[in-house]
Design a protein around this ligand. Sequence first.
Ligand SMILES: Nc1ncnc2c1ncn2[C@@H]1O[C@H](COP(=O)(O)OP(=O)(O)O)[C@@H](O)[C@H]1O
Ligand SMILES: [Mg+2]
Length: 396
Amino acid sequence: MYVSHLSLTDFRSYHQVDLTFGPGITAFVGPNGQGKTNLVEAIGYVSTFASHRVPSDAPLVRAGASAAVVRSRIVRAQDDGSERSLVLDIQLGSGKQNRVKLNGSPSRSRDVIGALRSVLFAPEDLSLVKGDPDGRRRFVDALCVQITPRLAGVFAEYDRVVRQRTALLKSAAGMRGARLDLSTLDIWDAKLAELAARVIVARHAVVAALAPYVAAAYREVSDDQGTAELTYKSSVEPLAAPGDPVAVEADVLRALEHVRRKELDRGLCLVGPHRDDLVLTLGGLPAKGYASHGESWSFALALRLASYQLLSHGPQQGTIDGETDLWVADSGPDGEPVLMLDDVFAELDAKRRTRLATMVADARQVFVTAAVPGDVPPQLAGDRFDVLASEVTRGG
Ligand SMILES: Nc1ncnc2c1ncn2[C@@H]1O[C@H](COP(=O)(O)OP(=O)(O)O)[C@@H](O)[C@H]1O
Ligand SMILES: [Mg+2]
């Protein structure tokens, strides 16, 4: 699929901009702080209904304006070779709910999330390797949602249950010996276990499907001998059958029973997917703490390239036990995502640069941002826009 039009009103630094793209390579070139990342951020927003840079929408609205509008046209190849396009209008404002239109008709976010698939690689992704588990959880969850958009609702509901259950545990911890009605907690445990199981099963399936692509992509981008491995580590242990929601639900309930005393003492929700992590290892050693700067970069890049390949081609080894459902393409044909490489070539050494450029040169659509034209590798020659003080002009 590809984005053929993007029009922004009061989004970030843009008052109004209308851009037309073809498939293939498009580069945004200009010095720092001119509005390049704002453009790929907008395309990412169409895809995920969230920014890759900030957790809330408020900073996305131009200073002084009350709402932003991102309008895009998305073109998808159909199975019979024809193309079909749809127009998505998203109005986002500080604190208010998004207002969404699909081909001019009011629509719900949850019905259009996933209409555009995208993978964005940016320097901040180094924190996937070096940073806290929370960033890695967001990475897996975002990938789950791109594959199966309706999981967005499950993740949101799980977060809500964790917040409410935590509030209850906190109030219990504050009661100091006064009696808490434990039956209320039992009800929350049951809710949490059911949703936790769905989250764990989905993440597990996605990590298993992604892992072979990560190993292959890592080998391709770097010369390093070590094998890059990816495993899901749950706070719920042991998981007898991580692909089976019924079994996982029972495991979560058992784990909750086991930590109940501690949870009541500390007023915290101690087990569940909100405490899980993705373990990245290189040649058997944890990447975090052991990998060099260059290796960490290659690993972060491999995670994104692997996501792109998984979305384009599906799992390498057939369907996944117990979770075939996850791969039902409820997003229609032509799942190849739009690829965005934000400011990454300047950070890579010459060899990794060439390898990355060669790997992505044939993708359906790639957006590249760079400070100077020389930072865009020759393999990625294509359309160019110059970006200066949030004015975007077609370059030569
Ligand atoms: N909500 C906003 N309103 C107005 N300007 C903004 C807003 N958010 C970011 N900016 C401006 O956008 C610019 C950064 O744009 P960005 O796309 O990140 O630059 P780069 O070209 O380096 O990628 C900064 O000048 C910043 O002040
Ligand atoms: Mg930038």
